[in-house]
Design a binder for this molecule. Sequence first.
Ligand code: SAH
Length: 382
Amino acid sequence: MSKASIEGHAARFAPAPTLIDGKRNFVGMDMAEIKEALKALDIEPFRAKQIWSWVYCHGVKDFSKMSNLSKPVREKIGQHFFIGRPTVSAAQKSSDGTSKWLMKMFDGQEIECVHIPEEDRGALCVSSQVGCTNSCRFCHTGTQRLVRNLDASEIVMQVMQVRDELNEWPSTKEQRLLSNIVVMGMGEPLYNYDNVAKALKIIMDSEGIAIGKRRITLSTAGVVPMIKRCGEELGVNLAISLHAVTDELRSKIMPINKMYPIKELIKACKEYPGLSNARRITFEYVMLKGVNDSMADARALVRLLSGIHSKINLLPYNPWPGSPFECSDEETIQKFGDFVNAAGYASPVRTPRGRDIMAACGQLKSESQREKKKPHEKPENA
Ligand code: SAH
């Protein structure tokens, strides 16, 4: 896909603008838009910073709580805007502390969001699309039809909703359990670049939600033409879903490889701005039994990544009902991991978290779709 057709893809799946009772969502607006909106309402421009801080730093959901604004100003804004949150349509908590939410957007579309806490920090995995067009064979989201892109507000609202849940406002609070963000939920973020970029810029702003670029990782299946721009404009950490070392296998399990083969992907990674020993690309590699987990694969992987500041993240395959693969044996994963480690690619095997709540991509959504189907209906993804 060329850059023009990536833009075409984004336009085809664009979200409809949200208006509720004629009001626009304040969440998702950037500073320029806020200033413009205030100007149209004849409110002094310096108010923009104050309102920004209430919404994005303090998590206030009601204009009437903005105590440094006069009542008429608060009322005027409240007549035209609301401060939105999605509706939580399902929530699950794993025995290991991992939480997963199914969040319903204003048009009824649902996406998922997973929080993985550690002792004094934690990452939130956010979605960028409703469904995904990548159709990776091992991924549950790939079995769902792409419905649409999320807009910037819907991406920012996932973070704000979880901040509410964890009671972690204002942003200046120390030792937050929502300290990092991984754009690794449903969807391909680089096919929805404009909305993802706008959302991440809002999230990174130090006067607002204040989760800095070093604490954000964007994962892509390899939309090559967008990788450089992502690095230059956002400067976030990059993760690449590699999963195979030959074009033959990668094209089979990840159809996107037919468009952007390994050689082009590796070239784009080598050119990713700002890489150093301290700042590496993460290559994700899902361990599929008998498919990509031989020692020959491990050797080829090390060869492929030589010369790139990188680390390898081995993901034990998370099976889902009806999935066509099995996870590699523990021993195989261990051997594979030891080999890439010895070759100098720090390779944490990602400990599966939240397995009891099926915290891997796309699983909560599909579960709830199944429950909603009447017994005589054929499941959508059968
Ligand atoms: N579309 C983006 C981000 C979403 S997926 C991407 O492809 O990178 C986040 C990661 O989970 C990807 O590396 C994906 O390949 C991996 N993944 C998907 N399904 C999985 C499963 N069932 N078990 C383990 N990892 C999976």
